[in-house]
Design a protein around this ligand. Structure first.
Ligand code: BES
Ligand code: MN
Ligand code: ZN
Length: 497
């Protein structure tokens, strides 16, 4: 899809969008259109219970003498309350209405919002971001999709008196949107397409953005002593990998990097502790944490962020087979600590513990943030609205909460506390890989904390947020790309020179 910002003009698109504020107050462009159409908009508003509330939409057929097919009237609500996230939601709602309408081109009259917190150019640019994010579809495997279900929108023009400024803001955000789309693709691809080897190959594509990509195979990991990660992949015909992405965008090339670490289980059957069959297909998304890391690196490099950043993903497939690890096996992690694998389905922490230890040991980062679809218990606790964060560092948590609000990828802090440690005591090793039935997300985080060596660290459990059952304003149902914008915003707000 092509989005451009242009000066206000008479629309030549298939669909034209105008805004109405609360109390049915027409924007200037809406007034113009109302005049041109002989009062069509004011009439539609009157007969349609339309008050200009946030997100209200009327979809009108344009009069026969006009070049446009369709006139869409969208409510903005109280403009004093307009902000970036709301502008994105409005953009998304417009796209959701028109995506399969048959219209190819749409134009949006983004008039200035007097008295609003957000600048005119920001309003226009964030509308554009919402339009783009909501336009994403994963339809490559349909060979006979009905015409009426296919996305039709290809061209978007956003009309604004500050078009050049809006375009500049948008171009930077478009790099982030590309990262989100890359992550959504990775998560949606099934396990027979994205498996460890193909995934590692796919990540190599990031070198075209100036990212340095390095791959550790099983021999390398064996040498490093990563017994926990290797154990998880042991039952799979696929070799396991760690992929390291490096973006050196800071002026000071020696500045300590920020580090993002991701769980990349390309398919999680549970292993010998096999999952039930119903719904198991969802476990193709178990590399969602790693996809967020890959997408965030894509975004940072795409917009040439002034930061040194490292992305590290542990890529394995968790399969049952005669070579798979058994419940009760004891593995030795790279840190030297031993783990009794009580349940082979608690594999994410086994992958991350070696990836985290390796990251702090080799790169001495400013901080580490890991993302993982780690526990079903996280979905029980927070649902699909918030991801849970667990951390040894208050400042980093505050930064993440703020970044999350800025981009509407919300996080909620959960506790870590010594008291939970006894739940993962093992009778024959340093720890076991599961706690009891209580506090499942916390015991998982408590486990990870033993591998961060006091480096400032946050664990983000995205089990509930990586995938949307229903469509949201900025994503159709399915992979959300959650985490890409969160990490990018964290860097923007706090870590660029
Ligand atoms: N990938 C799953 C977590 C998961 C489950 C995410 C369902 C989203 C939906 C993880 O590897 C897992 O299986 N965790 C177990 C841990 C348990 C065995 C302690 C879980 O949550 O059931
Ligand atoms: Mn599992
Ligand atoms: Zn898993």
């Amino acid at each position: 899809m092509n989005i451009k910002f242009i000066k206000k003009s008479l629309p030549t698109s298939d669909a034209h969008i105008v805004f109405v504020k609360s109390d049915r107050k027409l924007s200037d462009s809406a007034k113009d259109m109302d005049d041109i159409t002989g009062g069509l908009i004011s009439r539609a508003i009157k007969i349609g219970h339309f008050e200009g509330k946030f997100g209200q939409i009327i979809n009108l057929v344009a009069p026969a003498n006009m070049t446009i097919n369709r006139l869409v009237v969208v409510g903005l609500g109280d403009v004093a309350e307009m902000d970036k996230v709301k502008a994105e939601k409005i953009g998304g709602k417009i796209m959701a209405t028109l995506i399969s309408s048959g219209d190819e081109s749409i134009s949006v009259a983004a008039d200035s919002l007097a008295k609003s917190e957000i600048s005119h150019e920001e309003f226009a640019a964030h509308l554009g971001l919402g339009l783009r994010l909501r336009r994403y579809r994963f339809d490559k495997y349909f060979t006979k999709q009905e015409e009426s279900k296919k996305p039709s929108v290809i061209y978007v023009s956003i009309m604004s008196s500050v078009a050049a400024k809006a375009q500049k803001i948008f171009d930077d955000m478009a790099a982030v949107a590309a990262g989100v789309e890359f992550a959504r693709d990775l998560v949606t691809e099934p396990g027979n397409v994205i498996y460890p080897e193909s995934y590692a190959e796919k990540i190599k594509e990031l070198s075209s953005l100036g990212i340095d990509v390095e791959i550790l195979d099983e021999d390398d990991m064996e040498e490093l002593g990563m017994g926990a990660l290797i154990g998880v992949g042991q039952g799979s015909a696929c070799e396991s990998y760690i992929v390291i992405m490096r973006w050196n965008g800071s002026k000071n090339k020696d500045e300590a990097p920020v580090a993002f670490v991701g769980k990349g289980v390309t398919f999680d059957t549970g292993g010998i502790s096999l999952k039930p069959g119903a719904g198991m297909e969802d476990m193709k998304f178990d590399m969602g944490g790693s996809a967020a890391v890959v997408g965030a690196m894509h975004a940072l490099a795409g917009r040439k962020a002034c930061v040194n950043a490292i992305g590290i993903v542990g890529i394995v497939e968790n399969m049952p087979s005669s070579t798979a690890q058994r419940p009760g096996d004891v593995v030795t992690s790279m840190s030297g600590q031993t783990i009794e694998v009580i349940n082979t389905d608690a594999e994410g922490r086994l992958v991350l513990c070696d990836a985290l230890w390796y990251t702090q040991d080799r790169f001495k980062p400013k901080f580490m943030i890991d993302l993982a679809t780690l526990t079903g218990a996280m979905m029980i606790a927070l649902g699909q609205e918030y991801a849970g964060i667990f951390s040894n560092n208050d400042t980093l948590c505050d930064y993440l909460v703020k970044a999350g609000k800025d981009v509407d990828e919300l996080v909620w802090r959960m506790p870590l506390s010594k008291g939970y440690d006894k739940l993962i005591d093992s009778k024959i090793a340093d720890m076991k890989n599961i706690g009891g039935k209580y506090a499942g997300s916390i015991t998982a985080a408590q486990f990870l904390q033993r591998f961060v060596n006091d480096v400032p660290w946050v664990h983000i459990d995205i089990a509930g947020t990586a995938w949307n059952t229903e469509a949201s304003d900025v994503a159709d149902g399915g992979a959300t790309g959650y985490g890409v914008r969160l990490l990018d915003q964290l860097v923007r707000n706090n870590y660029e020179d």
